[in-house]
Design a protein around this ligand. Structure first.
Ligand code: PLP
Length: 440
């Protein structure tokens, strides 16, 4: 659409919500009579948030929501998949890109790549309660997981204990590398419903032998929504001298993560998921005590300036504007409070569970005890076809969630985050009930 074509607010909203597909977001829209409509006219702002109240109410969360380019009538409850970046992040990435493209000199590059990236690293370290020397800025969780499975020296006679519900980047990746390097993968099967901390720690301990070198697990499973006792499992690994990798793709940016308490050797996350940062940016934490046990998978120029980043972040030329914008995402969430974001997301997930419990036939794959889940809720909608239900929600109700259509825990995955409102949760429960009752 060219700037001359008129775009009414309704059209604009429609464009943004077509089946949850990639949204078209012009920086300026056009009103019905052709006048320019700014994002502010549409109710969006990138202004700093007001101080977080002691008890944030729906008004405060609507303020937060207005920093996202999500139209008011579009319920995007799919944070586990990919999150929208907040407007401050979108604007910062654009600003830095323009700065660079207007002056693509080594000096601009140094300012962005060196100074900006190091600020992002400092904020990442603060968010995870570790040191900047332990932070590597990656492309995503997949890359971080693979840096670990490719970078630890393993061979015939060594064993790696993995969790059966790990993401392919932390499961298929280990199995593939086992074929190449000759080590053995031992899989702890997933159990549904979540059997509790003691049973899980026991299962992992039993899977370990004197030959086990690495334990690779997931903090929250994207297939079940269950939350696993990462700190206990890392402690169990540590006691036996085993390295631990925690995949935090579904916890970084939503739970208030404290790696100084969890104490993994490696922790991975994606900025484009729950932290609502720039796409294709992520984090790999490498505990300072084990940095000499990891080989670099990519060796090139433009490494980071401190600690692990000097060895593991020399990835050649990168999109520095995006790396610098990582800092904006961390500042934005930090200005709300990570504990506040965790409470809010859990509150939305809890309300969703309570609403769904009242619908006949709903069967939860996610454990409903708040100790055993975070902000992902997966359930089977009785005998209703999840694919049809997911499509009805997207097309008729403007509610976007993930559909799990296969044989493995079929159903819907709904993952609310701090940009969602309680109204959207109520509307979603109502719509699911309606379609399950009347049929889709
Ligand atoms: C548990 C888990 N690990 C890793 C990933 C991969 O994340 P990315 O695609 O950002 O690398 C995902 C994606 O959904 C995930 O759920």
């Amino acid at each position: 659409m060219t700037p001359n074509e008129k775009l009414s607010r309704r059209d604009f909203t429609r464009l943004l919500t077509i089946s949850g597909s990639a949204a078209l977001i012009p920086m300026n829209a056009f009103g019905q009579r052709g006048e320019k409509v700014s994002l502010a006219d549409l109710g969006f702002t990138s202004a700093p948030l007001p101080p977080t109240p002691l008890t944030p109410d729906e008004n405060y969360w609507r303020e937060v929501r207005s920093r996202f380019l999500l139209p008011a009538d579009f319920a995007f409850i799919n944070a586990a998949n990919l999150c929208p970046a907040s407007l401050p992040v979108v604007e910062a990435a654009d600003r830095f890109a323009r700065q660079y493209e207007a002056s693509p000199t080594p000096a601009t590059h140094t300012a962005l790549a060196t100074a900006g990236r190091e600020t992002a690293r400092t904020l990442l370290a603060a968010a995870l309660r570790v040191t900047p020397e332990e932070i590597v800025i990656t492309r995503n969780t997949s890359e971080g997981n693979n840096y670990v499975s490719s970078g630890i020296q393993l061979g015939a006679g060594d064993e790696v204990v993995v969790f059966g519900d790990n993401h392919p980047s932390n499961l298929a990746a280990w199995n593939d590398k086992a074929k190449r390097f000759g080590f053995t993968v031992v899989t702890v099967p997933n159990v549904n419903p979540h059997p509790g901390t003691a049973a899980l720690v026991d299962a992992f301990k039993k899977a370990c032998t004197p030959r086990t070198k690495v334990m690779a697990l997931t903090h929250v499973s994207s297939n079940s929504g269950d939350l696993f006792p990462a700190a206990d499992l890392c402690a169990a690994a540590r006691e036996k001298g085993i390295l631990s990798l925690v995949d935090g793709a579904q916890t970084f940016g939503v739970l208030d993560i404290d790696l100084s308490v969890m104490r993994p050797d490696f922790y991975t996350g994606s900025m484009h998921k729950w932290p609502c940062g720039p796409k294709e940016t992520g984090v790999l934490f490498v505990n300072k005590d084990v940095q000499d046990r990891l080989w670099a998978s990519v060796i090139s120029l433009y490494a980071g300036s401190v600690g692990a980043s000097k060895k593991f972040e020399g990835h050649g030329q990168r999109d520095d504007a995006k790396l610098v914008a990582v800092a904006e995402a961390l500042k934005f969430q930090g200005s709300i409070g990570r504990d506040v974001i965790e409470r809010r997301s859990r509150e939305l997930a809890g309300a969703l569970i309570e609403g769904l419990k009242k619908i006949d036939g709903v069967q939860f794959w996610t454990h409903t005890d708040p100790q055993r889940h975070a902000a992902i809720v997966i359930f089977r909608p009785g005998t209703t076809d999840p694919r049809k239900l997911g499509a009805a929600l997207a097309e008729k109700e403007k509610i976007v969630v993930t559909t799990r259509g296969g044989a493995d825990r079929p159903g819907l995955r709904i993952s609310p985050h701090f940009f969602n409102t309680m109204d959207e949760i109520d509307r979603t429960v109502g719509a699911i009930k309606k379609h399950m009752t009347t049929g889709v």
